[in-house]
Design a protein around this ligand. Structure first.
Ligand code: AMP
Length: 390
């Protein structure tokens, strides 16, 4: 994909640059619990400063403050952390300003032209390094490229290069592992992946709609009745094209009176079962047989894409399946790409985050890129480049 990159903006010396980052980090009691999204774009910011940029106006969203100021979503902890990281790299932080949370203004999500104008006012260049927000047609993403010479920062460019490579020329066998809560969120991605992969391993809450499509009883598990037909169709189309969709053969389930989830006192009995669960029992993890089979598939693959936990991994009783898959992804010789969100937190919680080839900073964005092959933020940058060239 022909995205304009930082070098295309030269000369940068003396210019004022608006930089969109994705600093949407988890913050608990004012403490940033995972700073990856702040660390990665430092490379972009220091490149711009080293090139002699006069001023960097950095901006990001943080959480969902609903279009008005809300101290809960203040960018202040990010600002402090960013300044520390920049200082450690010897940067002059007086040249760097971080704007308050973009979503304090309703114009951001509404892509309001007046809000775009306020962002680009007095700026000379625009750099988009916010892969995690590139699937949103929001003001700070799609607006500035209409007015300023624009380019992708290092983080965005690398994400697109890896994902594009994965779709265009994957080494085979290509195995995708999908989990997470709902199948309805991922139908488009499954469709797109089935065209590219050799094998699709399905775990998480979404496996129960597939199991129901094969005539099994999911008990009280997460089941989306209205999507059973879609799953039937996907299973049939995979069969017709010689692809494999592999479903769990065993499940770890919690008794109907059980309690699970974060912040709750765990209760109930949990057991390993087959593909059919008794009424009311909740399937909350893939069983050990399935986890071992998935690990085997991963270990013999040449390319692996993983998105979504295999169970409710936040509850230690239902984390084993996700842990086995995470360990298999971390130790395989295959080229491994993990698509952000909960799979990234799972890897982090098992201490395996550094053991994959590419850990995407955008869960939703990586899935949408796989599904559609493009994102609004990337289209905006390419359009800006072609206007500049013509
Ligand atoms: P997603 O955002 O779709 O990737 O979903 C992630 C969430 O799915 C995690 O918070 C998991 O707890 C949840 N999840 C995974 N497996 C199950 C399951 N079997 N039943 C209910 N929720 C699940």
């Amino acid at each position: 994909m022909d995205l304009p990159v930082l070098e295309d903006l030269r000369p940068v010396a003396g210019k004022r640059v608006l930089v969109r980052c994705d600093f949407n980090v988890p913050i608990s009691n004012g403490v940033i619990t995972d700073d990856l999204r702040i660390r990665l774009p430092i490379e972009t910011l220091t490149w711009l400063l080293d090139e002699g940029a006069a001023k960097l106006t950095v901006c990001s969203h943080l959480g969902r403050p609903k279009g008005k100021p809300d101290p809960k979503y203040s960018i202040a902890p990010v600002r402090k952390h960013l300044e520390g990281l920049l200082r450690a790299r010897g940067a002059h932080i007086s040249q760097v300003e971080l704007l308050e949370n973009l979503r304090y203004n309703a114009g951001e999500e509404a892509n309001d032209p007046d809000f775009v104008k306020s962002l680009v006012e007095n700026q000379d260049l625009y750099v988009d390094d916010a892969f995690g927000a590139a699937h949103r047609a929001h003001a700070s993403i799609v607006g500035p490229p209409k007015f300023l010479p624009s380019a992708a920062g290092r983080v965005l460019a690398r994400e697109v290069e890896v994902l594009d490579g994965l779709l265009q020329k994957p080494e085979r066998p290509f195995v995708a592992v999908l989990g997470g809560a709902k199948v309805s969120d991922k139908l488009g991605v499954i469709d797109a992946l089935l065209e590219k992969v050799d094998t699709l391993l399905v775990g998480g809450g979404m496996c129960f709609t597939f199991l129901a499509a094969e005539g099994h009883n999911p008990g009280g598990s997460l089941l989306e009745h209205e999507f059973v037909e879609n799953c039937k169709r996907l299973l049939a189309s995979a069969r017709a094209s010689g692809k494999r969709i592999v479903l769990p053969t065993d499940i770890v389930a919690l008794s109907p009176d059980g309690v699970f989830g974060t912040g709750k006192e765990p209760a109930g009995e949990w057991r390993e079962m087959g593909q059919d669960l008794p009424d009311g029992w909740l399937g909350l993890d893939i069983g050990p047989g399935t986890a071992a089979a998935f690990a085997d598939e991963i270990s013999t693959a040449a390319t692996v894409f993983w998105n979504g936990p295999m169970g409710v991994f936040e509850d230690p009783r239902f984390a084993a399946g996700t842990r086995t898959v995470a360990e298999a992804v971390a130790s395989t010789k295959a080229f491994t790409v993990v698509g952000g969100g909960d799979s990234a937190s799972a890897l982090e919680s098992f201490g395996l985050a550094g053991k994959v080839d590419h850990l995407s900073t955008g869960g939703g964005a990586s899935l949408e890129f796989i599904e559609k092959g493009d994102l609004p933020g990337l289209v905006a940058l390419r359009e800006a480049a072609s206007r500049r060239d013509s």
